[in-house]
Design a binder for this molecule. Structure first.
Ligand code: SAM
Length: 277
């Protein structure tokens, strides 16, 4: 075929993936908006809505790139905290000594702990862009940026409440290995959540989507980032990724429970979720 990456041997894949994201890092956010008409924002919002994290939760966002998921996570937590605070104030008629002491105590065991998010990515260029973004928006608190491979995470066992991977797992060479690692670093009761391009279920949408992705995406890549090949790779990797049911089976095989998925935008993207027991 005319798609040059299809014949890439397995051991070459990681190198190619690294080059792709090294090349696009500076333009990554703009390209995301341009290629998805901004819809990737809705998919990421949907992830947070279904996750519904509570204050104190610890997130690990693997293949976290420029930090989109982690930023949304912190945002969501802060809005939850504000909501809880409003409810508390409403339910208080006269504040008791306990209420006041709760509010001002810094070492209160019962109070909500600070949430943290670790953004882990194999590509330091992507992380660099994310870190700069966090600094310029003044939202660095609680975030840490760690270079690491999804197949061999640099974290101890049973550390995180939530593991996310958004548009990352299809880039990983051994998906089963990445799933094993997700299971290992999650606390018992912790949740695995994955956003990934999937199989479009509506046949009309499927034809439009095919035409769009094979013809327009590499062209946009050329125009905006001066990089046709990287975006051609992107489209091919989407093609090759297992469909909703097959991926669900892989997550179950890795040892997760209550695995389910949600189709977003007619299956253009699927959100898979599972729990560690
Ligand atoms: N999660 C971000 C988002 O949704 O905007 C970034 C997604 S970007 C399409 C894919 C990311 O996966 C890139 O930053 C790339 O460096 C990273 N990646 C690829 N292979 C990886 C691996 N084996 N381990 C960790 N990250 C990897």
């Amino acid at each position: 075929t005319h798609f040059g990456f299809e014949t890439v041997p397995e051991e070459e894949k990681a190198k190619r993936v690294y080059k792709v994201f090294e090349n696009v890092a500076q333009k990554y956010d703009i390209m995301n908006d341009a290629m998805s008409f901004g819809i990737h924002r809705l998919w990421k919002d949907a992830l947070l809505h279904i996750m519904h994290p509570q204050p104190g939760a610890r997130l690990l966002d693997v293949a976290g790139g420029t930090g989109d998921i982690a930023f949304r996570f912190m945002d969501y937590i802060h809005s939850q905290q504000e909501k809880q605070e409003r409810l508390r104030v409403q339910s208080m008629q006269t504040p008791s000594w306990q209420d006041i002491s709760d509010k001002y105590s810094t070492e209160d065991e019962g109070g909500p702990q600070e949430s943290t998010a670790v953004i882990c990515d194999i590509n330091k260029e992507m992380l660099k862009v994310g870190k700069q973004k966090a600094e310029s928006m003044g939202v660095s608190a609680g975030l840490s940026w760690v270079v690491g491979d999804a197949e061999e995470l640099p974290f101890d066992d049973d550390q995180f409440d939530i593991y996310t991977i958004a548009f990352g797992i299809r880039n990983v060479t051994h998906i089963d290995q990445a799933l094993q690692e997700a299971l290992r670093v999650l606390k018992p009761g912790g949740r695995f959540m994955c956003l990934e391009f999937s199989k479009v279920t509506n046949p009309v949408l499927a034809r439009l989507y095919d035409a769009y992705s094979f013809q327009i995406i590499p062209a946009l890549g050329e125009v905006i980032a001066g990089d046709w090949k990287s975006y051609q790779y992107l489209v091919e990797s989407i093609r090759k990724f297992p469909d909703q049911e097959e991926f669900k089976g892989m997550i179950e095989d890795a040892g997760f429970y209550r695995v389910q998925y949600y189709n977003l935008t007619g299956g253009v993207v699927a959100l898979h979720s599972g729990f560690k027991l």
